[in-house]
Design a protein around this ligand. Structure first.
Ligand code: RET
Length: 275
């Protein structure tokens, strides 16, 4: 029955608001961040040493690859020391108790340093691949711009307080990612054949490795940051493994193969070095 208007105060609400639920980093996550920081510093040192006897003109991949692990070291230092983090809070309905409107606020810790890291390192990784495949400046630039849009969309998604904000930006990020694959993997597979069989084989394996790994990032993002289905520590662990594969392992693979293959060297004109 429709409540009739009566004078005086209505019934006292019987619903006691649930306090916000916090999902945040624990001991495992904290330790993992420090371990990855150490590994990134070690890799940066190793990559610098590897360029010691290489003339500057042939150091382009070394420089790009070392910048990638240096950037990751900085971002992991920020995260491990408890910086560059915020909470994304959104109303969560309690699906277990079938009580309507007993929502509570769910706040999940987000390490935005990751997105700063990715905004710098993923374009550099794409640059490594583009130079290897001999992709022209136009396609490289388009891939880099799509990639930056992808990472910034992920940043906005991670700060979203409603499903529309989170999944809307996520969808925009996924579309941008398709452009990255198109410009680098598909276009690169065509241009690399001009550089001979050795480089074609190396590019094919590195590009496959890269795009299989990269595709895991939006999947993890959807499960952890989008749907809040894992703990913050599990998310840290999974990203740690992916980051080590995508940066130091990718770098080692590229730099060692580069030694063996003379044709990988890029001619970027006189701008890079004069001799
Ligand atoms: C986000 C969310 C929005 C949609 C997509 C994403 C993709 C992220 C990728 C990250 C790659 C990171 C790497 C780090 C280096 O170590 C931003 C998660 C598509 C592909 C390679």
């Amino acid at each position: 029955a429709k409540p009739t208007h009566t004078s005086g105060p209505g019934p006292i609400p019987t619903v006691i608001p649930t306090p916000p639920q916090y999902q945040e980093i624990g001991e495992t996550g904290h330790r993992t961040l420090w371990v990855v920081f150490a590994l990134m510093v070690l890799s940066s040192g190793l990559f610098s040493l590897m360029s010691w006897n290489v003339p500057v003109s042939k150091r382009l991949y070394h420089v790009i690859t070392t910048l990638i692990t240096i950037t990751a070291s900085l971002s992991y230092f920020a995260m491990a020391s408890g910086h560059a983090t915020s909470f994304s809070c959104s109303p969560a309905k309690d699906h277990h108790k079938h009580v309507p409107d007993v929502g509570y606020t769910e706040c999940r810790q987000v390490f935005w340093a990751r997105y700063v890291d990715w905004a710098i390192t993923t374009p550099l990784l794409l640059l490594d691949l583009s130079l290897l495949a001999g992709i022209d400046g136009a396609h490289t630039l388009m891939a880099v711009v799509a990639d930056v849009i992808m990472v910034l969309s992920g940043l906005f998604a991670s700060q979203g307080n409603t499903p529309t904000q989170r999944w809307g930006w996520y969808a925009i990020g996924c579309v941008s990612y398709l452009f990255v694959i198109w410009h680098v993997a598909l276009h690169g597979a065509r241009t690399v054949t001009a550089k001979g069989r050795g480089v074609t084989r190396l590019f094919s394996s590195l590009a496959l490795f890269t795009f299989v790994l990269w595709t895991a990032y939006p999947i993890i993002w959807g499960i952890a940051d989008g749907a809040h289905k894992t703990t913050v520590d599990t998310e840290i662990l999974i990203y740690a493994v992916l980051d080590i594969l995508a940066k130091p392992v990718f770098g080692l693979w590229l730099l060692f193969s580069n030694r063996a293959l003379a044709e990988t060297n890029v001619d970027v004109g006189g701008w890079w070095s004069h001799g």
